[in-house]
Design a protein around this ligand. Sequence first.
Ligand code: CTP
Ligand code: MG
Length: 227
Amino acid sequence: MQYEVVLPAAGSGKRMGAGQNKLFLQLNNKPILIHTLEVFESDDACTGIWLAVKPEERAYIQALLERYRITKVKGLPNGGKERQHSVHSCIKAMQQVEIVLVHDAARPFITKPIIARLVEVAQEKGAVIAGVKAKDTMKKVRDGIIMETVDRESLWMIQTPQAFRFDLLRHAEDVAEKQGFLGTDEAMLVERLGHQVHIVESTYENVKMTTAEDLIFGEAILKQRNN
Ligand code: CTP
Ligand code: MG
């Protein structure tokens, strides 16, 4: 089953504190952005990549695509103020496809078996996201005081990719835009329309490069994979 992927890449990486878009930082001598792109470039089921970028970074990113021979990018629309705006900008630029994935450009360790499973479930159910079970005991805290211990069995930590029938995601994003609703992931936009969103169990390796220590973890994952 074929799909196209939207990769929001127009953030500024404030929490990484590198003074530049964190996607340009290198892991094993290759930019994070390229690690992520190579997963989709080498997946035969992926027929197109859409990258949301900052206008002032477009030329640099296009040069990286050439240098690393990334050929599947169909468009690099302007990103927006929030991640949701960046994703929407890609969705609006896309032609109709059956299945679309949205994946953080900052998650370079996603694997093809998980992608394939998400695409399969999206085709069948319409909406599905990747996640892992919470590892730690979770408590609700207010003003420094424990309010309750939340049942961990029902808690998942949500990642990307999030996969959808294209029509469903486009509709959910159009509605959110009209209503001025801002969500933290694509699933929220679909959930609020009353549509069920399914979950596929992913791996703890699929971390988002967010703060400096994530880079150490990232280097370790690459080292282990190369052995
Ligand atoms: N992103 C985007 N447009 C935005 C904000 C984020 O395309 N306006 C992208 C980022 O480039 C990243 C992904 O969304 O690939 C996940 O966002 P996050 O990890 O929060 O990255 P940043 O926003 O860059 O980092 P920070 O929040 O620390 O500034
Ligand atoms: Mg951010």
